[in-house]
Ligand binder design. Sequence first.
Ligand code: NZQ
Ligand code: ZN
Length: 390
Amino acid sequence: MLGNFSYHNPTKLYFGDESLNYLKDELKNFGPVVLLNYGSGSVKRNGIYDQVVAILREAGLTIVENPGVMSNPTLEKLREGIQIARENKVDWILALGGGSVCDYSKAVAASVFYEGDYWDQFWLKQQQPDANQKLLPVGCILTMAGTGSEMNAGTVITDAEHTFKVGHVFDDRLMPKFSILNPKFTMTVPDNQMKAGIYDIMNHIMEQYFSDFDDNTSDYLSEGLMRSLIVSSRIAVKNPQDYEARSNIMWTATWALNTLIGLGKHEDWMVHMIGHSVGAWTHAPHGYCLAAVSMAYYRRAMKPGLAKFVRFAKNVWDVRGEGMTDKQIAEAGLEALKKWMLEIGLPLTISELGATPEMIPGITRGTICYPAGYLDLKPEDITEILTESM
Ligand code: NZQ
Ligand code: ZN
């Protein structure tokens, strides 16, 4: 384990089909006016909204509602939420939804008391709030597994006007104070979103795993998480109501991106950079955008990262490797990944998401490029990857 690091994750988790019972205990830790952020209606249709609001009312809280947080939340919606929070002098924020609602809530929480241009400061300039800036506390009730937003400080926002999607990872003051993870809440997630979430989890692990060559405990944890996800995903796509599989997927999602498996690692995240730009142009589910560019990306990364791809093939996909060269083993690992993606029903091309050749220059421009993982890509490489992914 090389590298120096500190580790602190302040998010308290409540997990399981009875986890919502703990919400009333948490309410005692926050003020009386809560901003309740939620999406475009699923929580009303499946009854989760009613359960949550009953608990908030019982505790005598004033609820300020902010519905309509869309998938891939926009800057325009962020501005609206900040205004609502300011006007109503809310004490804290409760996110009720998937990663989009959780991300959005942290973004509002970071910006309410910032007097300047928060978009420029936090997302375009990637600055952290000053030590003395007030931030609102956030709690999450998660309804979809995938992003890990429930236990990290990530906030991905789309500037729809400029077709630009960008994430900012805040410092740990913006991590949710608590998150409630009830796998039963994820049972009503549409089939395509469940699959997108599964690949998002897989790719979060891969983004951290495919960097460096030292022997690092983080990689063993990653391999275990990937193996668990492969098993549970195969069960969940056949039977989405399988509680055991859905609960494992939800728990894996949290550990895939709560900073643990990135410890001591340089990490990659270029599939996410390309995927975010594809998402800004196509509005496709986040995990689908990652899936659609992954094969072209990892085929490229395999050459400089060969030893790690051999390990991936053997330890994650059980490629035995006897009588094979390292290159053949690594290729067999990527082939196994591709077979699993097809089995799950994931898109392998960006054209399936509605991308056209005319969009490629714009998607390339919107991709943030930096040396990462085993590659140092330039815009022309991004164009090639996108063209191969058509
Ligand atoms: O709008 P509602 O009604 O809530 O419907 C949502 C949405 O349409 C629906 N849904 C969620 N839970 C449901 C449900 N439908 C029925 N029953 C339920 N229980 O599913 C759709 C997708 O939800 P969304 O929250 O958008 O999905 P996800 O959790 O994948 O979040 C995606 C966002 O997170 C960002 C992505 O870029 C994207 O903007 N990410 C955040 C990260 C982080 N914080 O670290 C990292 C990720 O890499 C990712 O970039
Ligand atoms: Zn992701």
